[in-house]
Design a protein around this ligand. Structure first.
Ligand code: PEP
Ligand code: MG
Length: 759
């Protein structure tokens, strides 16, 4: 068993290092022949979708000239049967099978023992691997081995295929058509812009390719970086002499010598001269050298691969330090990355940032929410995003469908320019609603608030007619610093927003870090961060943080009197009681310090953990208001990580179970006369607005960009019809059906343009 794991790991690792997909496939085919003692191996991949067609991409043991010439439809031949059924076939007399097709000129003589397994990723058959031999049936272990390998390779193949099409440096791209990548809709809208791949400079694999026309400056900065690392290493050896044994110090000297070895430097110079910038040229040289070491049978020498990579990172860090201040953001920057953070977004001037495209995350990741708050589209969880090859390329981002086009042709560009034009017209039309109230056609007045936290500038919110701030995520000012902000710093931030909104209510939420909102200066390592130390759990364990924050809030409220405090991640009424004791204590201390009466702001609880739904009466009795956090409520009710692209398809706040839970919350609030609002992303989704109004919710808080669209929806429906619609939705079996039902309702009023590109 362990030898199977070893073989699998070694194949998968080698594939991971393959420079392109063809190399990877040839390698798999020859490794399989060797490992399974077979005579022939063929690999077919699906190359066209409609109808799905498999093309022979690699073969070993047969005439190599047939590669690229053999095609099978799903269901045609044994290969086609494996693909159609999406399950393995294991035969001892393949040639007698009714579907067997002998490929002419293949050179196949007599290999009747046959096993074929599908390569499947996310329910989609990407290809088939077939292995043949002249005798000895393939046993269960062989089948298990191949199936496991195919499953592991599916992702690599998807990824390699995507990367392979984007070799920009040192090769000419043959394929001139736009490359479409699919992810999940993160934030609605569309944009056309230039990709900028941010790199913080410690990770060799994520360095992007970048064309350089003039090699000289890059060669110079590379030589400087090598010189600096060399000097650092010699210094380190000297400094360590007193504390480390001689042989350990010698290691630093050996590193320095390795660094100066001609081939590491010469190979990098050559790559730069061929047109790639210094960091990517260095990345490839390091990988090549590390790989040579890894191939060595001698364990000691194989270990040296790690040393080369370590050196690689040290030099890269120096190189990137030189490069990073020079990022020249294009006017329309599409921020592209494997894992984009809130701080990455903050690095781009807001007027340049037009879209976000990320390999990880989903629609309810905080980066997507930030994009929404900025009114720009985001596509998240694009598993095969060719990040490294994208820097500087033109990109269309479609945040409605969750797709993006890389290097699009003129036809696509003009199609999307038309959509953008239509979207601009819709937005223009909506502007006339700015000063109108949001009222259903049967006269129910709905209050619309904005979610905030990122923007220092609140004018867009005020201009769009917001009635206040329904959720101010205070964690964002915490995230963009390198230490906890002081009480004074917080005071100024809160004071600014409270004053800006005048008499309009502002709901400041206490710190909600943890989960996918880390603080670089307060690292938390947990296996399940969303089920771990998050939100109120952290601040109750650190009352000094909580008290400082609440003091800043209450002080900032002086003379404004529009502050409300919201407590996140309440999973137990006891947490509320503890928080209230602290808040009252702060108020009392401030009164003592100031010698005057300090008003106690309204305090509310977020209902976003399922246990809070079942304690709704207890909670309502303790607070002045509740606010439903649909993002987390959905994640915890459906047991679907809001940040995980693998399950993004099944994350939906329109799931009937989530709607039922929300209905229970609303009923609980009504029983206790507690005002209830919704501040999760569902509140700004036109389909969500329909569902929430049907429950009788009258206060919604959303990203500023959604406000006028929501108003348009509200003004077009009656509460009565939405109650009926909700009853229908609740009787449906799944989120997809609910979405369809509400989409129909929107379309019936000609409002489909609010949720998708094209009218
Ligand atoms: C929510 O969970 O719905 C919410 C509004 O809070 P956040 O997205 O910041 O976790
Ligand atoms: Mg939440």
């Amino acid at each position: 068993m362990s030898s199977m794991i070893h073989r699998l790991q070694s194949i998968v690792q080698e594939v991971g290092r393959s420079p392109d997909i063809q190399h990877a496939l040839d390698l798999i085919a020859s490794r399989l022949i060797h490992d399974l003692h077979a005579n022939a191996c063929t690999i077919f991949l699906v190359t066209t979708e409609d109808p799905p067609t498999l093309v022979l991409k690699a073969c070993q043991g047969l005439n190599p000239e047939i590669v690229g010439t053999v095609e099978r439809r799903f269901g045609q031949g044994l290969i086609g049967i494996v693909a159609k059924r999406a399950e393995p076939i294991n035969l001892i007399r393949a040639s007698e099978h009714k579907d067997f097709i002998l490929v002419p000129n293949s050179g196949e003589t007599d290999y009747p023992v046959y096993i074929g397994v599908p390569i499947v990723s996310h329910r989609k058959v990407l290809g088939v691997i077939a292995v043949q031999r002249s005798d000895h049936a393939f046993n269960e272990d062989d089948e298990a081995f191949l199936t496991t390998l195919a499953a592991q390779l599916a992702t690599s193949i998807e990824h390699a295929e995507s990367q392979g099409r984007f070799k920009l440096i040192g090769e000419t791209r043959e394929d001139k058509t736009a490359h479409i990548v699919k992810g999940v809709a993160g934030s609605p809208g569309m944009a056309i812009g230039r990709a900028i791949v941010l790199n913080r400079g410690v990770n060799l694999e994520s360095v992007p390719d970048k064309k350089v026309d003039n090699a000289e400056p890059d060669i110079q900065s590379f030589n400087d970086a090598i010189g600096k690392v060399h000097d650092d290493l010699i210094d380190q050896a000297e400094r360590m002499r007193d504390v480390l044994p001689e042989e350990e110090c010698a290691l630093f000297v050996a590193y320095a010598q390795m660094l100066n070895s001609g081939s590491l430097i010469d190979d990098t110079h050559r790559r730069i001269t061929e047109g790639n910038w210094a960091p990517a040229s260095w990345r490839d040289t390091v990988e090549e050298h590390a790989h040579v070491f890894e191939q060595m049978d001698d364990e000691y020498l194989a270990e040296r691969a790690n040393d080369v990579r370590d050196l690689g990172r040290r030099v890269l860090r120096k190189l990137m330090l030189e490069q990073s201040p020079y990022i020249d953001f294009p006017d329309r920057t599409v921020l592209v990355g494997d894992e984009i953070s809130a701080t990455d977004m903050a690095d781009v001037p807001t007027d340049c940032l037009c879209a976000v495209l990320s390999s990880h995350g989903s629609g309810s990741s905080h980066v997507a929410i930030l994009a929404h708050a900025l009114g720009i589209p985001a596509v998240m969880g694009v598993a095969n995003l060719p990040v490294k090859q994208m820097d500087g390329l033109e990109v269309i981002v479609d945040g409605y469908s969750g797709s993006a086009y890389i290097d699009p042709g003129n036809d696509l560009l003009s199609e999307y320019e038309t959509y953008l034009q239509e979207e601009a017209e819709i937005e223009q039309d909506l502007l006339c609603l700015k000063d109108e109230p949001a009222v259903t056609t049967d006269n129910h007045r709905i209050a619309l608030y904005v979610n905030s936290g990122l923007m220092a500038d609140h004018t867009p919110s005020l201009r769009s007619g917001a009635e206040g701030v329904g959720l101010y995520r205070t964690e964002i000012p915490f995230q963009i610093r390198d230490r906890f902000p002081s009480e004074e710093e917080q005071y100024f931030i809160y004071r600014n927003v409270l004053k800006t909104f005048g008499k309009k209510p502002v709901v400041l939420r206490t710190l909600d870090v943890g989960g996918d909102k880390p603080l670089s200066y307060f690292p938390i390592k947990e296996a399940n961060p969303f089920l771990g130390w998050r939100g109120i759990r952290i601040t109750l364990d650190h009352p000094e943080i909580f008290i400082t924050q609440v003091r800043a809030m209450i002080r900032a409220n002086s003379g404004c009197d529009n502050l409300q405090i919201l407590l996140p991640m309440i999973s137990d009424a006891g947490e509320l009681e503890e928080s209230l004791i602290l808040i009252r204590r702060v108020r009392q201390e401030l009164e003592e310090e100031l010698g005057q009466i300090v008003p106690l702001p309204h305090v509310g609880a977020m209902i976003e953990v399922p246990s809070a739904v079942y304690q709704i009466d207890d909670i309502c009795q303790l607070v002045d208001f509740i606010s439903i956090g649909t993002n987390d409520l959905t994640q915890y009710l459906l047991a679907v990580d809001r940040n995980n692209e693998n399950v993004a398809e099944i994350y939906s706040s329109l799931h009937p179970a989530v709607l039922k839970a929300m209905q229970q919350i609303v009923e609980g609030a009504a029983r206790n006369d507690t005002p209830v609002s919704v501040c999760g992303e569902l509140a700004g989704d036109p389909l969500g607005v329909l569902a929430l109004l049907g429950m009788g919710i009258e206060v919604l808080s959303m990203s500023v960009g959604s406000l006028l669209k929501a108003k348009k929806v509200i003004n077009s429906f009656s509460r009565k019809e939405l109650e009926c619609l909700l009853n229908q939705a609740l009787s449906l079996r799944g989120a997809r059906l609910v979405r369809e039902r509400y989409t129909q309702a929107l379309d019936s009023k000609n409002l489909g343009g609010l949720i998708r590109a094209g009218k």
